[in-house]
Design a protein around this ligand. Structure first.
Ligand code: KIV
Length: 284
């Protein structure tokens, strides 16, 4: 559509010039095409698809097959947008070799531009190996939903001096391991801002305040589709759930009341063919 796909260096320059990057999740063809048309700088095919598409209670059950399948659909729709594939639970924790193989699958099968994985120092060997394999890695720290059990739930992170210090150390280690950017989730803005100033690579926020180099939001939250719960950091820009329920119930009422389909929603027989049919039927 005339738009040029950004590269990691464009994203790096945006940080340096102070231009905010804006990105959103997408899991299917239609939402990815809307995201590209809306001018998103990046799309994340997040493992949040487990909750937003499949109705799981967490992202833990999400598989590589599901992530690849949805990433392929997103790539078909958003050919000119930088796409980040999200490594699901157990696709990178088991071994470094397994992490490189799975990161490679995202690239070979879904043509993503980068992958994202959760964790700080403890996943730096994987970040280094995937980067050495020629791929771009985005780190993800703060509230890391795949380890929400260890974190005690979907809770804000880095709220004490010690916890914030650890997050800053994690961010530095991720940059040193070769990541091209870091996403910080559900962390006080002051802490995210220190991380942004400390790192030379872009630092993005979801629920970590306005000072980051860019913002990510979940598409189902922005459009007002996801109904199970609303995190504090979400701003709903629409209420598509209510609008869709209204469209479905209007359709239901029309059918029940004999108002749908109207003549304009039906096909005409070729001129003269109905008479011919009736005559043939009468003849038997
Ligand atoms: O899966 C996802 O959408 C994510 C965001 C919650 C950051 O990783």
């Amino acid at each position: 559509m005339g738009k040029k796909k950004l590269t990691r260096w464009d994203l790096q320059k945006m940080k340096e010039s102070g231009e905010k990057a804006v990105w959103i999740t997408a899991y299917d063809y239609w939402n990815a095409s809307f995201a590209e048309k809306a001018g998103m700088d990046m799309i994340l095919v997040g493992d949040s698809l487990g909750m937003c598409v499949y109705g799981y209670e967490s992202t833990v059950p999400v598989t590589m097959e599901q992530c690849i399948y949805h990433s392929e659909a997103v790539r078909r729709a958003a050919k000119n947008t930088f796409i980040v594939g999200d490594m699901p639970f157990l696709s990178y924790q088991i071994s470094i070799e397994n992490a490189v193989l799975n990161a490679g699958r995202f690239h070979k099968e879904a043509a993503v531009d980068a992958i994202k994985l959760e964790g700080g120092k403890r996943v730096c060997p994987q970040i280094r190996a995937i980067t050495d394999g020629g791929m771009l890695v985005m780190g993800h720290i703060g509230l890391t939903p795949q380890s929400s059990g260890q974190l005690g739930g979907f809770k804000a992170q880095g709220r004490t001096a010690d916890a914030a210090f650890e997050l800053i150390e994690d961010a530095k280690a991720i940059q040193k391991a070769g990541a091209f950017s870091v996403l910080v989730e559900a962390v006080p803005p002051e802490v995210c801002n220190i991380i942004r100033k400390t790192l030379t690579i872009p630092v993005y926020s979801i629920g970590a305040g306005i000072d980051a180099d860019g913002q990510l939001m979940i598409s189902s939250d922005v459009a007002g589709v996801f109904q199970a719960f609303t995190p504090k950091f979400v701003k709903k820009y629409e209420n598509l759930a209510d609008k869709t329920i209204k469209a479905f119930s209007d359709y239901r009422d029309d059918v029940k009341e004999g108002k749908f389909p109207a003549l304009e929603h039906t096909y005409k027989m070729v001129d003269g063919e109905l008479d011919k049919l009736i005559t043939n039927l009468k003849k038997g």
